[in-house]
Design a binder for this molecule. Structure first.
Ligand SMILES: C[S@@+](CC[C@H](N)C(=O)[O-])C[C@H]1O[C@@H](n2cnc3c(N)ncnc32)[C@H](O)[C@@H]1O
Length: 484
């Protein structure tokens, strides 16, 4: 059996001879002409098309001496006897010959090729199934023409860039300067549940909510990864905004893995994790000289895998439905019943709430804890916790613009997104309706549209709340709407 070795042969300055000038020769010459113009044709008749290609033409019948000085020869006559003679003569001269459609007589065969720029794809069946080679070549050619394999040099492939950003625990001012800039420059922001709408609304990019809340349509982590990758592959600047820090129970690691798999460039911008936010906004130092010299971040989920590391201060994330499981696990590890525990809900937000007690007390009591909540346990929980600097501030709900200029050292300004356009998504609307008036000390109204919109969600306002309005018109409207 004949075997053929696929290789690329150097042909510059080497002459190639075609014997025969019919359709078969035309077909072969078209392929060879993509690589060299050093082609001669010997034939009594030559196809018009070949004639117009401008190669050296010798109008005559084949003779042995025609082979002299050639590097390769293609025998393309329609006479098998002549082709056989060419083969034998070429062997005498030590020239390799291809006899068209006759692999037995050929020293080399021509693959079916696709040539584009510097690239050549050659398909060969070892000369055994030419039809199949041509079929494959045509299929590949269609893919090449659709741009499948090739990247044009003038148009570098567009691959976006992803910034995985920690948004902090809630207070929108706890965002890094770097994150702020990246969010300003982003084309699209994909944000999670724990990211406040006040923060997201500050930026112009397209926003996509990728929360995982159980009660609504929710994204699984894999679907989020796909969504990030999809936008990046479209060449967009993607800001992936996550609550707290992306690398503390934030699944940032999985997102990077997906980006790496697709060769997408990325950066990671850390955020203030909930433990740090809660610690600062409740005055619980996580370490303290002589009292606590180690701290561990743990999770209360899943409950059958709760770990109790040997650290002075323990911080448990994801505890809303696992408080007792966590406390039991800690007690089982031999921690003193008198150790102080603080459960901090909505840390750094206007509705921050703290539940405190000893390990023994809280194990015995039933506490309704709503998410997001952290549990901190250790000797460093001090007497200031309920009377902390943050809880002393008044909470003012602003319906419209803050024309008064409420001083931030005295007030926590509670955000209310009253302008609802088609772009206001489900998350924003829910947040709007989710302002807990029990935490509010004052409402300031400077927009008619806002107070009307507010009235649709809240039928009445608790009496303890002070109402201030920007002018008489707004005041009248407020009174009319709430019948006061
Ligand atoms: C999936 S983890 C995300 C943690 C986040 N990557 C971080 O660094 O804070 C969600 C948990 O973080 C905690 N958490 C996040 N924000 C919080 C907040 N403002 N107050 C209390 N706990 C919070 C809660 O324990 C919540 O169940």
């Amino acid at each position: 059996m004949k075997s053929f070795l696929p290789l690329n042969v150097r042909i510059d300055n080497k002459k190639i001879l075609f014997i025969g000038g019919g359709k078969i020769a035309l077909h072969k010459i078209k392929t060879v002409a993509q690589y060299t113009r050093n082609i001669s044709i010997v034939s009594p008749e030559i196809q018009d098309e070949l004639h117009q290609m401008g190669f050296t033409e010798i109008f005559k019948e084949y003779e042995t001496s025609d082979l002299e000085g050639f590097f390769l020869v293609y025998a393309c006559t329609n006479n098998i006897e002549v082709n056989r003679r060419i083969k034998n003569d070429a062997a005498e001269y030590g020239i390799m010959v291809n006899v068209v459609d006759n692999r037995e007589l050929s020293d080399f065969i021509s693959p079916a090729v696709i040539k584009q720029d510097e690239m050549t794809i050659a398909v060969s069946s070892n000369g055994e199934n030419v039809k199949k080679s041509v079929e494959w070549r045509n299929k590949l050619k269609a893919l090449v023409q659709r741009g499948y394999f090739l990247t044009r040099r003038s148009e570098p492939e567009k691959r976006g860039f992803v910034s995985i950003i920690g948004a902090g625990p809630g207070d929108p001012e706890l965002l890094t300067i770097k994150a702020e800039r990246v969010l300003r420059e982003a084309d699209v922001i994909l944000y999670d549940d724990l990211v406040s709408s006040e923060l997201v609304d500050r930026f112009d990019a397209r926003k996509i909510y990728t929360g995982k809340r159980k009660d609504h349509h929710h994204y699984e982590q894999e679907a989020i990864n796909e969504e990030i990758v999809r936008h990046a592959l479209q060449g967009e600047k993607v800001a992936r905004l996550k609550g707290g820090d992306p690398f503390i129970f934030g699944r940032g690691g999985e997102e990077i893995e997906a980006l790496r798999q697709h060769g997408i460039r990325y950066e990671i911008i850390p955020g203030i994790t909930a433990a740090h936010g809660a610690s600062a906004y409740t005055e619980i130092p996580l370490t303290m000289r002589k009292i606590s010299s180690s701290v561990a971040f743990c999770t209360g989920h899943p409950v059958n895998k709760i770990q109790v590391p040997d650290a002075d201060t323990l911080v448990y994330y994801m505890v809303a439905s696992a408080v007792h499981d966590v406390l039991d696990a800690v007690a089982a590890k031999g921690r003193d019943e008198h150790t102080m525990v603080a459960i901090v809900q909505n840390a750094t937000r206007y509705n921050q709430k703290i539940i405190t007690g000893t390990l023994g007390e809280l194990r015995k009591s039933e506490q309704a804890v709503s998410s997001p909540a952290l549990l901190i346990l250790g000797e460093n929980i001090n007497q200031f916790i309920s009377d902390n600097w943050y809880s002393k501030k008044k909470k003012v709900l602003i319906l419209g613009e803050d024309l008064v200029g409420y001083a931030p050292d005295e007030y926590i300004k509670v955000y209310y997104p009253c302008i609802q356009s088609e772009e206001t998504d489900h998350h924003t609307l829910e947040q709007a309706g989710a302002v807990d008036l029990n935490f509010i000390d004052e409402i300031y109204v400077s927009s008619l549209a806002c107070i009307r919109n507010f009235r649709e969600l809240y039928k009445d306002i608790p009496k303890k709340i002070i109402i201030k309005t920007a002018n008489n018109y707004i005041d009248d409207e407020y009174r009319r709407l709430f019948s006061v």
